[in-house]
Design a binder for this molecule. Structure first.
Ligand code: NAP
Ligand code: G4F
Length: 353
């Protein structure tokens, strides 16, 4: 089996690539040119030289079609996105192009090149937005959507494009409505990793405070490596369908700080400073998902829950900062440096060449 992953350099892309390699897949990744290589996650998981990178960008349909033709995939996992909700308020048009129109472009390429390709699309619990979440209800596949950010609006457009191509052209295209999922490979701007990294820095004496925004926001936080398995399971079904993937628990940002600080013996109230600039013009107060349908039909259920997740993240960041203080570069920094010296084009060579 051959799979093409867009967004392979991101958190989910890296874990999914590792998962699919473990299943015996040949894995291709759409890679966009950046001024500095961004392969630390793939290197960290030890899979960089096991995947084939194909240059491309979600805003360039010619490059998407080229990737589909070159890879001839059985399955495509569309994970590429401007995925940070906060940035979508500052860059709404770029977000719409990548997260909305980019998905329409990919569907068009699939329809034209090979409509038998199965497509997983990374949809999101952000679609639910504010209306239902005010009541702190458990959200499922039947709950209504009321997006509260340019990111969510773009993702809602993509959600419907996926459904429309499925219904109109019979393409096996599915939306995974995934609630927040985190890991030590999470980007530093997202709140869980910002906290685990910030708390670890305070613990080793590299910082004194941690600046955050809305401490009352509640999210349903799961563990990313478990969520990528659900993506794969959705493409192994007889019929295409959309599924919610979540833990069923919600916790506040404040609880996440309390848990990580408590684990390292710190008092969260002594280190956290609330800053207006980290608050959003509009914020979803609470998201909590009901994945019971995924449990019944896919046999998927979460294993790692809030407390274990917070602790494993802060422990990993503590380990990283301790090794930094012992004079070692982060392993991924060291390897990225080496790659830079080899020159950018070396990165694009398939492993066999
Ligand atoms: P992430 O770490 O931010 O990764 C995003 C990926 O998209 C990166 O590989 C990035 O490449 C790539 N990308 C961005 N713009 C692109 C463009 N114009 N063309 C090609 N690639 C582009 O996100 P993630 O947490 O892994 O999430 C994966 C997907 O799931 C995203 O679509 C996200 O919106 C969605 N989602 C995530 C969660 C969650 O809690 N993690 C929940 C629900 C849905 P660079 O490395 O070059 O920036
Ligand atoms: O970690 P966050 O930035 O994640 P958010 O906005 O929930 O989005 C993530 O999950 C979505 C699924 O529901 C994905 F679709 C999306 O791609 C992304 O992965 O913020 C979580 C909450 C928000 O309410 C935010 O206002 O934490 C609050 N928060 C409080 N202080 C903060 C901060 N968020 C960030 N990033 N930084 C803060 O200082």
């Amino acid at each position: 089996m051959k799979a093409l992953i867009t967004g392979i350099t991101g958190q989910d892309g890296a874990y999914l690539a590792r998962f699919l390699l473990g299943k015996g897949y040949e894995v291709f990744g759409l890679y966009r040119r950046t001024s500095t290589p961004n392969f630390w996650r793939l290197l960290n998981l030890g899979i960089f030289d096991k995947i084939r990178l194909i240059p491309g960008d979600m805003t360039d349909i010619a490059s998407l079609s080229n990737a589909v033709i070159e890879c001839e995939p059985d399955e495509i996992y569309n994970l590429a996105a401007q995925s940070f909700v906060g940035t979508s308020f500052e860059e709404p048009l770029a977000t719409a192009q990548v997260d909305g129109l980019g998905v329409a472009s990919l569907l068009t390429s699939i329809k034209q090149i090979n409509p038998r390709i199965r497509l997983y699309h990374a949809s999101t619990s952000e679609l639910y937005g504010i209306s239902e979440s005010k009541a702190k209800v458990l959200l499922n596949e039947q709950s209504s959507f009321w997006p509260a950010s340019p990111y969510a609006a773009a993702k809602l457009y993509a959600f419907h494009q996926v459904r429309i191509y499925r219904e109109a052209y019979g393409i096996f295209a599915v939306n995974g409505i995934l609630f927040n999922h985190e890991s030590p490979l999470r980007g530093l701007e997202f709140v869980t990793r910002k906290i685990s990294n910030g708390v670890a820095r305070i613990k080793v004496g590299l910082a004194e405070t941690l600046e955050l925004g809305n401490l009352d926001a509640e999210r349903d936080w799961g563990y990313a490596p478990e969520y990528v398995e659900a993506m794969w399971l959705m493409l192994q079904q007889d019929k295409p369908d959309d599924f919610v993937i979540a833990t069923g628990e919600s916790h506040s940002v404040k609880e996440f700080v309390e848990q990580t600080c408590g684990h390292l013996g710190l008092d969260w109230q002594e280190v956290v400073v609330v800053r207006e600039r980290f608050k959003r013009p509009l914020d979803v107060p609470c998201l909590r998902g009901d994945a019971s349908r995924a449990g019944q039909k896919l046999g998927w259920s979460p294993k790692i829950h809030f407390r274990e997740l917070a602790e494993l993240m802060v422990e990993e960041d503590l380990k990283r900062w301790n090794s930094y203080l012992e004079g070692q570069l982060f392993p991924w920094d060291a390897i990225n440096d080496q790659l830079l010296y080899q020159g950018h084009s070396a990165l694009l060579q398939p492993p066999s060449e």
